[in-house]
Write a protein that binds this ligand. Structure first.
Ligand code: GDP
Length: 322
């Protein structure tokens, strides 16, 4: 039975990947911040099947200890301060965890189990002020916030360890990927939760920022599959993972509200408080390499994704009301 270690296991991606690996017969170990602020909500339906460990990307010794004790075959790094807009308020901690944390993890692997396969969660935010459209694995990076800058470092240190130490280390450059487990601070979940609240009579408006911003939104469950596939190849490489299609925040609102029989224009209010000082622009990826090499295809389209999220929020809020 192969052993996989997932950092940031309590988050959206960590939890989807954990489920996928359990279904494939892996022994799954997880580390997370596990402070009282972090909920176990996403893990609770399979918490008995995984092993949660003490460990922190700020603490090299804690990572070495985990590697020595469990010698994992695959290590997936999702731990990060993961909200791009929020990274302006904690730029130094963002760098320490999201950038240097990757080196601490790679060092622990190099010293203890250099044969382990490593996945680094990189991000389309690295392209920020985009140099070309669509972006590929070879497009230069130009981040526009501390999170993006930290992720660029994480990407390059992964490539550097692969090339210098011949480690099996991959960087997956993932575009936005959403699900009912997405945090409320992201616009997609804010919209689906907002539409569900309005439908249930719990709110009468939804305040948002720039409705014309566009993103390539895929389904997190599909992206977990792409991530696993990267570590099953003969060669380690970097991959852009996206749908290749963009939609605006406005279209997302339209799809979410229509699904519950409402017109978003009657409820959505634009509020300057939610505008961004510097937006990533025209983030559109080219998933050709992921499709050709990994044989990966997304299975959930835009409308279905929005509907899945709204339905989950209706169910979740419905339970709260009862
Ligand atoms: P990001 O791609 O990681 O920044 O994902 P977000 O879900 O936070 O934001 C996606 C886009 O939605 C950005 O271009 C935001 O400017 C836009 N947006 C518009 N209104 C809102 C809002 O109320 N909250 C957030 N988070 N984003 C908003």
């Amino acid at each position: 039975m192969p052993t996989a270690l997932i950092t940031g296991i309590a988050g959206q991606d960590g939890s989807y990947l954990a489920e996928l690996l359990l279904s494939k017969g892996y022994r799954v170990l997880g580390i997370d911040r596990f402070s009282s602020m972090v909920t176990y909500e996403h893990l609770k339906h399979f918490q008995d099947e995984i092993t949660l460990l003490e460990g922190n990307l700020l603490d090299q010794g804690s990572l070495v200890a985990v590697m020595e004790q469990y010698s994992p075959d695959e290590v997936y790094n999702f731990a990060a301060l993961s909200f791009p807009a929020g990274s302006w308020s904690q730029p130094v901690v963002t760098g320490d965890i999201t950038a240097l944390g990757v080196t601490r993890l790679l060092e622990a692997l190099r010293l203890v189990c250099p044969e382990a396969r490593f996945y680094q969660a990189s991000s389309s935010e690295m392209y920020g002020n985009v140099r070309e459209v669509p972006q590929t694995e070879n497009t230069p990076f130009y981040p526009r916030n501390p999170y993006g800058a930290a992720k660029v470092y994480g990407h390059w240190i992964t490539v550097t360890y692969r090339e210098e130490y011949d480690m099996f280390a991959c960087s997956g450059i993932l575009y936005n990927h959403e699900s009912p487990r997405r945090g409320m601070e992201y616009v997609t979940r804010k919209i689906t939760h907002g539409a569900a609240r309005i439908k249930l009579g719990l709110a009468d408006e939804l305040r948002l920022g720039n409705l014309d911003a566009r993103r390539d939104w895929g389904y997190a469950g599909d992206y977990a599959r792409a991530i696993w596939l990267m570590l099953q190849q003969d060669q380690a490489d970097d991959y852009v993972v996206c749908t290749g299609e963009t939609h605006s925040v406005r279209q997302f609102c339209d799809a979410a509200f229509s699904h519950v029989g409402l017109d978003y224009q009657e409820y959505v209010v634009q509020d300057p408080r939610f505008y961004r000082p510097a937006e990533a622009n025209l983030l559109v990826g080219d998933p050709t390499r992921a499709k050709e090499v990994l044989g990966w295809e997304p299975s959930v389209g835009f409308e279905e994704l929005v509907q899945k999220m709204v339905d989950a929020d209706l169910q979740y809020l419905g339970k709260e009301i009862l």
